[in-house]
Design a binder for this molecule. Structure first.
Ligand code: ZN
Length: 288
């Protein structure tokens, strides 16, 4: 299923995208409508997805749909739990930064203030002079995940989304902790869709691309990850528990501004498009 969140005068709504349009889930859920509030729906994990699938399957074929182009689309996971990120996780990206390829995953975090919606303009605050983009595969956790093996790890994934791990390089490298440069307000555009894991059988088989002002800057493949999605989940869950609605950004491939000889940092009016196969197109501009 292809899920999205959109805003109405009544608040946020969960949508399911079909070929004929978007189903407004809460409008069809009767007394269960609150269960599908997108701010809490993802905490139900895989059970919620199963219940949603049964609801959608029970609708008549001519159930009314909404025209997606008229919707005010928001980040598909509007209230993530933990937000974990993996640094230097693509071989050619580690090489372009001059860093050795890590032998264990480098973990850091962002906070929910960093969420930005599809199409939203991203403000660059005056505290940074070096804003950069990072196309990333985002993984949404669908079950309580504790000490899982690599073989079973993907069973705990609810779905996937495009993300842009915007990074203020001067703040990221000010101290040994990257946090400050990673979690500025709206520095994590997400979406437009959350695609359930059944539709993405192999997360290591996806072309991943980013265009800046129409120029293809990142053109890689999730197969270049040093630590696979399954390895990351197994590694993290050996140390602490992941829960439904947690989000993991799995690193960016080569082609970021940081890795270029002549570094022209992001500036007002710039347009960024992230596209991972099967996950749609995430477009954001830099605010003027
Ligand atoms: Zn990143």
């Amino acid at each position: 299923m292809i899920l999205l969140t959109f805003a109405t005068a009544d608040g946020l709504r969960l949508g399911v995208k079909r070929s004929d349009g978007v189903i407004d889930v809460m409008a069809h859920a009767g007394a269960d409508a609150a269960y599908y509030d997108p701010r809490t729906f993802y905490t139900h994990g895989q059970a919620g997805i199963a219940q949603l699938r049964a609801l959608i399957d029970s609708l008549p074929l001519d159930a009314p749909t909404l025209d997606e182009s008229t919707l005010d689309r928001r980040a598909p996971l509007p209230a993530p739990g933990k937000i974990l990120c993996v640094g230097l996780n693509y071989r050619r990206h580690a090489a372009e930064t001059g860093a050795p390829a890590p032998t264990t995953p480098i973990l850091f975090s962002k906070f929910a203030n960093a969420l930005a919606h599809p199409g939203e303009a991203i403000p660059i605050p005056s505290v940074t002079q070096q804003p950069d983009y990072e196309a990333e595969l985002a993984v949404i956790i669908g079950a309580v995940t504790r000490s899982v093996s690599q073989d079973r790890a993907l069973d705990y994934v609810l779905g996937y989304a495009n993300a842009n791990d915007l990074s203020a390089r001067d703040l990221q490298t000010r101290t040994s902790q990257w946090l400050l440069g990673k979690t500025l307000d709206k520095f994590m555009p997400l979406g437009p869709y959350l695609v359930t894991a059944d539709a993405i059988p192999d997360p290591q088989a996806l072309p991943i691309r980013l265009w800046l002002n129409g120029e293809l800057r990142q053109d890689s493949h999730t197969g270049d990850m040093i630590f696979s999605v399954a390895q990351i989940i197994a590694y993290v869950s050996a140390h602490f528990t992941l829960e439904p609605g947690d989000l993991i950004l799995t690193g960016t491939p080569e082609g970021v501004i940081l890795g270029m000889k002549d570094k022209v940092w992001l500036k007002p009016g710039d347009s960024m498009v992230v596209e991972i196969e099967g996950l749609g197109r995430l477009e954001n501009t830099i605010a003027g």
